[in-house]
Design a binder for this molecule. Structure first.
Ligand code: BG6
Length: 492
C-alpha cells in the first residue's frame, strides 16, 4: 500500500464494547501483518475524559483480551500502540469537535480521514452535523456507520437524510459485518467464477433454500439494546437479507460497488411482501426459556439482567418468503435466526430437486436429492452431497460429500470480517457496504411484519435454550413437505 493511503481514523465510541472486542483487535492484526500505511493514526473519541496514555492502556488490554494468544506479540503491540491517540469528544458539544479538528490538523489535511461511528445510532446524525460544523467533512473524508441503522423505515430514512447533508453517498460506508466474512465472498466466487452452478441456480433445479444464523449465546449484557428490537431487526433486516441477496441475485456486470448493489437491490424489491395474515402464517417468533447449552445450565430470556419481566421481544425468528422473478418463482426461501440455540452455526443450504425418474428402483423418493451447504461458521467451507454407489455387489446408493474445507485447503489464518472491512474502507471500495436504497428497501420489507405482529398482540413462543427453537419452526416447513437441514443430516 502506498503512503497516499495514509489515514487518520477517528473511532467514536473508541472505548465502547464494539471497539474493544472487535475494532481494536482487528486493527492490531492489520498493523502486525503490515497492512496499515506508515504514519497512519487511530484516534479514540468519546465522552469520557481520558489521556492518550490511559486510552493506549485500554487498547493494549483490549488486544490482550480479544486477540488469540498465538497472534499476540509484544513488539507488534508496542508498534500498534504508537499509532494511538485520544480526544475527548461529547457528540453534542460542537466545541469539542474543534479539539478534534486541531488534533487532525496537526498531521496535515491531505491524509484520508475516516470517522468510524461505533456509537448508538441515535448519535449518528448529530456527530455528522458537528463534524461539518468543525469543517471536518472534507472531500477526503469517509464516514463508517455501524448497525443498527434505524429501527424502521422512517428512522433509517431520517439517518440517511441527515448524514447525506454532510457526506456524499460515496463517502458513506454502512457496515454489515457479514459481508466481510470470507465465505460470503466465496459464495460470489462459487457462483460467478465457475460455470458449474449457474445453469442449475434457478427454480427448474432448486427446490428450496434455507439460511440459518444460529447462535448459542444469549443476549448477555445487551438487554438495553436488544429488548424492543429483537431477532427480526437485529439479524434478519441486515445479515440474513444480505445473505439472501448474494445467494439470489443475478450476475452483476463486474464486482464494482454499484454493479453488485444494483443486483442486491433488485432482489430486495422482488421479495414477496409479508403483511397481515400472510405475515402471521409465514413467520414464527420465539423467546428462549432456561435450558442447557453444552451441558451447562443457562437462564431464560426474561431472567437476563435488565430485562423487563413482561418482554414480548423475540430472540428467535423463522420466516418463509419467495422472490417474485423468473429465476426464483416457486422456490421457498426459509430464513432462521435465534439466540441460545443448540449450536453456533451459520450456513446457506441449497436443496436441489429430486431426479425425475429412478432407474434403480420404483420410487424416485428413494434417491436423496443433491444438497449444497455453504458454511460460514464455525468451520468455513462448502459441501456438496451427491449420491454414489456403495462398494459391493449390489446397487446400493448412499449420499457422500464433496468437501471444500477452507482451513485445510488454504492453510492461512482466517481474517476476521472487520479486518477485511477496514481494508476496504482504507482503499475506498464500497462493494461490501450497503447503499442507502438497499437499507431502505430492507426496512420497507421488514416493517409490515412487525406491524402484523403488533396488530395481533402476537407473543413469541417459548423454546428451551439449547434446542432449535419452538416446534412450530419445524412445522412451518413440514406442512409443505420441507425439513431443516439438521433434521435430514447431522454430518457436515
Ligand atoms: C450482530 C448482532 O450484528 O451480529 C448480534 O447485533 C449477533 O446480536 C452478532 O450476536 C453475530 O455476529 P457473528 O459474527 O458472531 O455471527
Amino acid at each position: 500500500m502506498t503512503s497516499s493511503n495514509t489515514f487518520d481514523m477517528v473511532i467514536f465510541g473508541g472505548a465502547g464494547d464494539l471497539a474493544t472486542r472487535k475494532l481494536l483487535p482487528a486493527l492490531y492484526h492489520l498493523n502486525k501483518d503490515g497492512h496499515l500505511p506508515g504514519g497512519s493514526r487511530i484516534i479514540g473519541a468519546g465522552r469520557s475524559a481520558m489521556s492518550q496514555a490511559e486510552f493506549t492502556e485500554h487498547v493494549a488490554k483490549a488486544c490482550h483480551d480479544y486477540v488469540p494468544e498465538a497472534d499476540m506479540d509484544d513488539h507488534a503491540l508496542e508498534a500498534f500502540c504508537k499509532r494511538i491517540d485520544y480526544v475527548t469528544v461529547d457528540s453534542g458539544d460542537p466545541k469539542q469537535f474543534d479539539d478534534l479538528a486541531a488534533t487532525l490538523g496537526k498531521a496535515g489535511d491531505e491524509r484520508t480521514r475516516i470517522y468510524f461511528l461505533a456509537t448508538k445510532p441515535a448519535l449518528f446524525s448529530q456527530i455528522c452535523e458537528n463534524l461539518a460544523a468543525a469543517k471536518l467533512n472534507t472531500p477526503n473524508a469517509r464516514v463508517v456507520l455501524e448497525k443498527p441503522l434505524g429501527k424502521d423505515l422512517a428512522s433509517a430514512q431520517e439517518i440517511n437524510t441527515r448524514v447525506a447533508q454532510v457526506f456524499a453517498e460515496n463517502q458513506i460506508f454502512r457496515i454489515d459485518h457479514y459481508l466481510g466474512k470470507e465465505t460470503v465472498q466465496n459464495l460470489m466466487a462459487l457462483r460467478f467464477a465457475n460455470t458449474l452452478f449457474e445453469p442449475l441456480w434457478r427454480n427448474t433445479h432448486i427446490r428450496d433454500v434455507q439460511i440459518t444464523l444460529a447462535e448459542s449465546v444469549g443476549v448477555g449484557g445487551r438487554a438495553g439494546y436488544y429488548d424492543g428490537n429483537g431477532a427480526l431487526r437485529d439479524m434478519v433486516q441486515n445479515h440474513l437479507l444480505q445473505l439472501l441477496c448474494i445467494t439470489a441475485m443475478e450476475p452483476p456486470i463486474n464486482d464494482h460497488a454499484d454493479a453488485v448493489r444494483d443486483e442486491k437491490l433488485k432482489v430486495l424489491r422482488a421479495l414477496r411482501p409479508l403483511q397481515g395474515q400472510s405475515a402471521l402464517r409465514n413467520t414464527v417468533r420465539g423467546q428462549y426459556k432456561a435450558g442447557a447449552i453444552l451441558g451447562e445450565p443457562v437462564t431464560g430470556y426474561l431472567d437476563e439482567a435488565g430485562m423487563p419481566a413482561d418482554s414480548r421481544t423475540e430472540s428467535f425468528v423463522v420466516l418463509k418468503t419467495r422472490i417474485n422473478n423468473w429465476r426464483w418463482s416457486g422456490v421457498p426461501f426459509f430464513l432462521r435466526t435465534g439466540k441460545r440455540l443448540a449450536e453456533r452455526r451459520a450456513e446457506i443450504v441449497v436443496n436441489f430437486k429430486r431426479v425425475p425418474h429412478n432407474i434403480f428402483g420404483s420410487d424416485s423418493r428413494d434417491l436423496s436429492p443433491n444438497r449444497l451447504v455453504i458454511r460460514l461458521q464455525p468451520d468455513e467451507g462448502v459441501r456438496m452431497s451427491v449420491l454414489a454407489k456403495q462398494p459391493g455387489n449390489t446397487m446400493r446408493l448412499r449420499p457422500v460429500n464433496l468437501n471444500l474445507d477452507f482451513a485445510q485447503t488454504f492453510k492461512v489464518r482466517a481474517l476476521d470480517a472487520y479486518e477485511r472491512l477496514f481494508m476496504e474502507i482504507i482503499r475506498g471500495n464500497l462493494t461490501l457496504f450497503m447503499r442507502n436504497d438497499e437499507l431502505e428497501a430492507a426496512w420497507r420489507w421488514i416493517d409490515p411484519i412487525v406491524a402484523a405482529w403488533d396488530a395481533e398482540g402476537d407473543r413469541p413462543k417459548p423454546y428451551n435454550a439449547g434446542s432449535w427453537g419452538p416446534s412450530s419452526a419445524i412445522s412451518l416447513l413440514a406442512k409443505d413437505g420441507y425439513a431443516w437441514n439438521e433434521e435430514v443430516d447431522e454430518s457436515f
